[in-house]
Design a protein around this ligand. Structure first.
Ligand code: KG4
Ligand code: ZN
Length: 343
């Protein structure tokens, strides 16, 4: 396969990612995670994440080049997540990307983290449908997007008004005495529980918008568990996990299908760390099939934050001949989703 050879750098949260892509071909995807260092705090500590990025950055890029079997001079462009994300964490990746681009004399592209979560699917399932609807669900974001063109036209349709879906998983896991990050242990416990055991609230279910709300659900789970504990009764952890997971998957898939129908779009893409969730995947498959919508979900290793997603978006931007970012490119912790490339 041919196409531009792009180094992608990702440091928006707790994963230091260095990926290398040629066109739509994945050559390397090296990830160093500081998640274990945050576990005892029950959430990502920004300063700890920034320091971990500093230590992991250059070794991750070196490993990626070795894995891809390329030399630094072979690279056509450098792409980096410019935002949104944790300010200090983003800064490390942006500074590193500038240094590589300047030293190699290659163009630099500061790109949007959310667009990269969408673009990554091309590495697995080929060219993106244009237009498509994207549901992005992670620890930091939960949004529905209309995507006519991932390199330049991404339109917000709805987003969470409080907690992100992954954040709700992490907080509920804490209530249930499970480790951080909470998604995987809840997913595993839910597999052995009864999803119909408890009817937890589904925020904004009937409000007609494409926005989400998970704070009420999280609080409802906490109150339910506390009531059990106060009464001296055992907490049926697996049933609580399954019932909570059912509520999250129900709202996410309902609104994603509505977003497709309202915009006359027949392709849905789900990305972000929560896209690894087994119930979200199965419910999305069922509901898309009955609504005549084609569903694309990257494999879990490409759903969570990584450098290959940034490289994949960068390669497509380069292929379309779009101009690069200035070397004075800032990191922008609240970069709007409509800004795919920072100018
Ligand atoms: O995209 P990601 O790696 O990082 C950002 O937050 O940007 O997503 C991490 C989130 C965490 O909240 C984690 O609990 C959640 O994704 N997650 C899951 C699963 N695996 C990871 N949530 C539900 N089910 C899973 N299997
Ligand atoms: Zn992410």
């Amino acid at each position: 396969m041919t196409g531009p050879l792009v180094l992608g750098i990702e440091t928006s949260c707790d994963e230091t990612g260095a990926g290398i892509v040629r066109g739509r071909e994945l050559l390397a995807n090296e990830i160093a995670s500081s998640v274990a260092e945050h576990a005892r705090f029950g959430g990502v500590v920004p300063e700890v994440a920034s320091r971990a990025h500093l230590e992991a950055m250059v070794p991750a890029v070196d490993r990626a080049m070795e894995r891809a079997g390329i030399k630094p001079g072979d690279i056509d462009a450098v792409a980096v997540t410019a935002g949104p994300g944790l300010a200090g964490a983003l800064l490390v990746g942006v500074a590193a990307a500038k240094a590589y681009a300047y030293a190699l004399g290659k163009p630099l592209y500061g790109v949007n983290h959310l667009a990269a979560h969408i673009a990554v699917d091309q590495l697995e399932h080929g060219p993106l449908p244009e237009p498509g609807i994207a549901l992005l669900v992670s620890g930091g974001h939960s949004s529905l997007l209309l995507v006519p063109d991932v390199t330049g036209d991404v339109q917000p349709l709805g987003a969470t008004i409080d907690d992100a879906a992954g954040e709700a998983y992490d907080k509920v896991a804490r209530v249930l005495g499970m480790p951080f990050p909470g998604g995987p242990p809840i997913d595993r416990a839910a597999a052995e529980g009864d999803a119909g055991a408890i009817r937890f609230p589904r925020g904004k279910y009937h409000d007609g918008t494409l926005d989400f709300s998970f704070a009420g659900l999280k609080t409802a789970v906490a109150r339910w568990v506390e009531a059990r504990q106060d009464a001296g009764e055992p907490v049926p952890t697996k049933d609580v996990a399954a019932s909570f997971q059912e509520a999250v998957a129900d709202v996410l898939t309902r609104k994603a299908v509505q977003a497709c129908q309202r915009n006359g779009v027949t392709d849905l893409l789900i990305g972000g760390g929560v896209a690894a969730n087994s119930r979200l995947r199965s419910m999305a498959a069922e509901r898309c099939a009955s609504a005549g919508i084609r569903l694309r979900i990257p494999r879990p290793g490409l759903c969570t934050d990584n450098g290959a997603m940034v490289a994949a978006l960068g390669a497509q931007i380069v292929s379309r001949g779009l101009p690069p970012s200035p070397l004075g490119l800032p990191a922008d912790s609240s970069l709007p989703v409509t800004d795919v490339v920072v100018r």
